[in-house]
Design a protein around this ligand. Structure first.
Ligand code: ZN
Length: 416
């Protein structure tokens, strides 16, 4: 039986074990820690990682993990589930998206698998960082400069060398959350065969799954495309088994620009190269019971698909599933051209056709804004989530639509 270790916690066949992974010592001496559950079946099989609440105000994944862990029959399970109900206790504690000790979006801070990421460079020299292999163990300290070899290549052009390059190279000073996730990523890497990261989207959104494109580096090997195709096919099958609406992520250039390849599931898929996806479970700030129910069945469906459980894949009920036989990707549309109070004319999950009115734009006195008035869609698609509230500034999206996608799902890493 595979032994899985997370921090001080060790898997036990046929048992659920509970513990914590220490991730950070605060300046005031208290320790930040992640709760970990390892539920191991009696029989050999793969390992599924379930993570949730990386955005501290997105709660639905927590009860979904509770439900799966508490109902799973370990005598029938083949393999292991490793669950982290919150990846961001510090954000959750204060009901905000990011941890209070690091203001960056935590879901963009997993290690960067982009082979063409810019080497940090100053005006006149290039700084190359080589990290020394080392066992991080349970050490909470972050990497110091002495653990990183720095090579500064002076530019041969006539530019003046910059003696401060190493002080100006952000890669040398990763934020604390980035450092924490780098360490967690190493732990995930040790055991994960599949990963599902649970999120919430906007207050008005149908639950859905983001299907990321698989990116590959053709310079790596002749088999790079073949490997990427296999990985994509597995991921698509897994996402289909889950059963929610599937919305394809952005095209490669935007995906990398938005650092989505550094999200939990983006890094698992495009760096670790294991089938992974992000689930958006409807509204944040609160929990919709029917969505918890559907997502729990979705995870059971994935367990069935991975053959970790016997049985049939079940259709999800109680939630809206759209675009079942189409390929769609998300697109912010339509937008407002002037500041406005908007009155929506469609509901989440609606299918709209070019020319349909999505909203009416009014001024604060309630009068229709003449140049804007009826805001119509220029594209056919499903309105699957709305930007929050009724106030809109120029160029802000009214909603996000799932529109027909015919772009490659297996594509090359974009070069700048
Ligand atoms: Zn989120």
């Amino acid at each position: 039986m595979k032994k899985i270790t997370v921090g001080n916690l060790q898997s036990k066949p046929g048992k659920r074990v509970y513990g914590y992974l220490d991730i950070l010592e605060h300046p005031v001496g208290t320790v930040e820690r992640l709760p970990v559950i390892i539920a191991q079946g009696m029989n050999v099989g793969p390992t599924l990682w379930l993570t949730a609440n990386i955005h501290g105000d997105e709660y639905t994944g927590i009860p979904v993990i509770h439900k799966v862990i508490n109902t799973i029959d370990l005598t029938k399970l083949k393999g292991t589930i490793v669950a982290i109900p919150t990846l961001n206790p510090a954000g959750s504690r204060v009901c905000q998206r990011h941890p209070y000790y690091d203001k960056k979006d935590p879901n963009r801070l997993f290690p960067d698998g982009n082979p063409f990421k810019d080497k940090e460079s100053s005006d006149s020299s290039e700084v190359i960082l080589t990290e020394k292999e080392e066992d991080l163990g349970d050490d909470l300290s972050i990497k110091t400069e002495s653990q990183v070899e720095i090579t500064i290549i002076q530019d041969t052009s006539e530019k003046i060398p910059n003696p401060f390059a190493k002080y100006e190279t952000d890669d040398l000073y990763p934020s604390i959350q980035e450092t924490i996730f780098k360490r967690l990523f190493e732990i995930i890497k040790d055991s994960a065969d599949y990963l599902i990261d649970l999120h919430n989207a906007f207050l008005k959104s149908i639950p859905f799954v983001f299907l990321d494109r698989v990116l590959y580096n053709p310079e790596l090997s002749d088999d790079a495309h073949k490997e990427a195709t296999e990985l994509y096919n597995q991921t698509e099958e897994m996402v289909k088994a889950f059963g929610l609406t599937i919305v394809r992520e952005s095209l490669p250039k935007k995906y990398v620009a938005k650092k989505l390849h550094r999200s939990t599931s983006g890094a698992a898929l495009n760096y670790l190269r294991i089938p992974s996806f992000t689930v958006e479970l409807g509204m944040y700030l609160d929990v919709e019971p029917e969505v918890v129910e559907a997502a729990t069945i979705g995870i059971y469906n994935v367990l069935t698909w991975t053959k970790m459980l016997d049985g049939e894949i079940k259709k999800l009920t109680g939630v809206r599933v759209v675009a079942e036989s189409e390929s769609v990707r998300y697109l912010g549309h339509p937008r407002v051209s002037k500041s406005a109070i908007i009155e929506l004319k469609v509901k989440k999950g609606d299918f709209v056709k070019k020319g349909d009115v999505i909203a009416i734009a009014r001024d604060i006195f309630g009068r229709e804004i003449p140049e804007v008035g009826e805001i119509k869609t220029e594209i056919d698609g499903y309105v699957f989530m709305f930007n929050q509230g009724i106030i809109r500034y120029p160029n802000e999206e009214i909603c996000w639509m799932a529109v027909k996608d015919n772009q490659l799902m297996i594509d090359k890493w974009p070069k700048k």
